[in-house]
Write a protein that binds this ligand. Sequence first.
Ligand code: NI
Length: 427
Amino acid sequence: MNLKQWMAFILLAVIWGSSYLWIKIAVGEMGPFTLVAFRLLFGAIFLLAIVLIRRPEFPKQKSIWASMAFVGLVNSAIPFVLISWGEIYIDSAMASILIGAVPLFTLFIAHWTLKDDRMTIAKILGLIIGFVGIIVLMSESLTGGSSQNSLWGQLAMLAAAASYAIGITFTRRRLSDVSHSVQALVSVIFADTFIWVATIGLESPIQLPEAPIVWWAVLILGFLGTGLAYRLFFYLIQSAGATKASMVTYVAPVVGVILGVAFLNEALTWQLILGTILVVGAVLVVNRSVSKKKFETKIRNTVKEIFMDKINIAEKFSQFDTHWDPKLLGELNGQHVKIVKLKGEFVWHQHEHEDELFLVVKGTLLVKFRDKDVELNEGEMLIIPKGVEHLPIAKDEVHLLMFEPVGTVNTGNVTTDERMVVELEQI
Ligand code: NI
């Protein structure tokens, strides 16, 4: 990763990891419902701005709106209130780690409700390690020791983690076709409406905090935690890859522990250290065993929608000077859209399983076949069926756009040519 990506990574880990610190600060002066009501309000404002800029389509079916309301409840309203209430009684470091176990809960719930997530030995091992980690974290209060972390506070965190996991699984099953920003906005508005009603019912007269730091905490939770964090996350996925970006989910809980100990003087016990190692390790084991390709595709689709920006082909061509070195522009229906600059003679080859589409954007390309030659001028295209031997020749530089199935290698059956490119760079 380069410097810019590292900065995004660190900033993201701090935003996510610090949320338990801000909640701990805020619940010292305001009720948990009031805190969540304002946090969601600020989050909704940020998401509304994104929706106004991007103008994605809103779904029409009533059932999808009902699903988004449900997601708002289980993904925001319920866990936010549980975490805020729980943090009145437990340390922010402890909260950070217990919520860090969400992927373990998700795995468990997805196994019972989604057919595509099968248990493997590695996943079962991860679940056992994580369970031991949670027991270690809670051991002091479970045995009635002198812990300052109450059992009820810890159970609230576990209930919040389970609620998140239900939300994640449900979204995957019912809302995978709905625009990410619409889904986030609508569910947050539903969630905030519930919470305002609850706040007025349970915490009125509403007590507003006086210390500026508390307002900062709520603002940071709402704006940065909801909006900026996701932009950073998707920027990282797009520029550094999903595998590297997802590392931040292991780092964030650890950042939460460090911040709690450093700024709020929370106790760094051996149970906390060992529990952190076990839970983070378990999440790592579980995620590693999820099919990497499936994970990458899922993430890529989300990114595609968020970055649904137009592509200027001429501008993309200006970004590189190498010849016979295809660059990836995008992907659709299992096909890669690539551009490449050609100069000189390539190598006779054929593709056993893939048809290829050539569209000349600039210059004149000669494609030799065993029985004829075809000259392609600017704006002309050709589809070469699988199994047909061909030799592209560019007397002067040619800019070419291609459609080929994912995994097509430029040199086809010829694997000895030094111009063979297997891993494409996305630009
Ligand atoms: Ni070819």
